[in-house]
Design a protein around this ligand. Sequence first.
Ligand SMILES: *[C@@H]1O[C@H](CO)[C@@H](O)[C@H](O)[C@H]1NC(C)=O
Ligand SMILES: *[C@@H]1O[C@H](CO)[C@@H](O)[C@H](O)[C@H]1NC(C)=O
Ligand SMILES: *[C@@H]1O[C@H](CO)[C@@H](O)[C@H](O)[C@H]1NC(C)=O
Ligand SMILES: *[C@@H]1O[C@H](CO)[C@@H](O)[C@H](O)[C@H]1NC(C)=O
Ligand SMILES: *[C@@H]1O[C@H](CO)[C@@H](O)[C@H](O)[C@H]1NC(C)=O
Length: 305
Amino acid sequence: MAAVLLGLLLFAMQSPLVPSRPMADEGPPPPSTSSPTDNGTTSHPNGTLQQLPQIIIIGVRKGGTRALIEMLSLHSTVAAAQNEVHFFDWESHFQKGLPWYLSQMPYAFPDQLTVEKTPAYFTSSKVPKRIHHMNRDIKLLLILRDPTERVLSDYTQVFYNRLQKHKRYQPIESVLVKDGEINLGYKALNRSLYYVHMQNWLQYFPLGSIHVVDGDELIRDPFPEMKKVERFLKLEPQINASNFYFNKTKGFYCLRDHGRERCLHDSKGRAHPHVAPAILQKLYQFFHEPNKKFFELVGRTFNWK
Ligand SMILES: *[C@@H]1O[C@H](CO)[C@@H](O)[C@H](O)[C@H]1NC(C)=O
Ligand SMILES: *[C@@H]1O[C@H](CO)[C@@H](O)[C@H](O)[C@H]1NC(C)=O
Ligand SMILES: *[C@@H]1O[C@H](CO)[C@@H](O)[C@H](O)[C@H]1NC(C)=O
Ligand SMILES: *[C@@H]1O[C@H](CO)[C@@H](O)[C@H](O)[C@H]1NC(C)=O
Ligand SMILES: *[C@@H]1O[C@H](CO)[C@@H](O)[C@H](O)[C@H]1NC(C)=O
């Protein structure tokens, strides 16, 4: 239950006229008596069970993973974990083993597919091998944005976190550039070198197991991107255009789910810091070759500057 409540906090509920608790439809909560078993599932008297995910959203950080998992949840046969589980990338979690991982999964009906998202998986080099070891046939979703935009967004998040904690922060120019050159030691920059990380995944999974979602398109026009995701996951076509509506005040799409309207939390639409045009230009240039390498790896191009 705590997981569900935490998940709800991530949303600004937009429709005060509608009772705003999705779980309220299901009647009084049944007693929670189940505990993980070691056979890969945990069943509950109400007919639901916890299962290891058949789908994982692996990243990228600031790519739009929250939007993607919420949109995927529009589908009735998808059960999504509310929290980022960090099982395969955090040693302290990984050491607890698969029973612990299973215990983090949502209760789902047997015909549903379970999905979790942890954006840090994509850029963590030990993760592909570990996921492959759990399930070599798993379906992976990777949502990417223009790598320069992603760096700025990454910086912005860290910046706001530090601001809130009254900690010192470095201006963006001084982390991006060192001695007049792009600072390769800046981690956020590395996370945007998509081909470096993709090579690592392709050592364990065929390209056909990894669907790349265009995060810029998902924000601009979510419906067509979600149709592609449905097709990749071989889900019955269910998500439709009326599940999305544009909020002019916010400047992005919100979701309509069984008459209930919800938008992503405001922090998802935060403005980026101003960056000197010359530095921005340098960044775009810097990513030109890495992007080309990524396009070659995945056999398709993206509309990145
Ligand atoms: C079934 O039980 C689980 C565990 O208590 C609960 O989380 C879930 O919401 C229940 N689902 C339904 C449809 O009642
Ligand atoms: C797993 O074990 C539970 C409890 O022993 C049982 O109810 C369930 O049917 C088992 N599931 C499978 C898939 O074997
Ligand atoms: C970028 O990240 C990858 C994967 O974690 C690592 O192998 C590589 O050394 C990093 N590159 C730089 C320049 O830090
Ligand atoms: C779209 O999906 C909703 C349920 O999510 C359904 O009520 C509606 O009839 C569908 N609209 C179309 C045009 O298929
Ligand atoms: C649109 O966004 C504004 C600003 O966040 C919000 O106040 C309003 O309730 C939203 N409207 C709808 C229909 O989602």
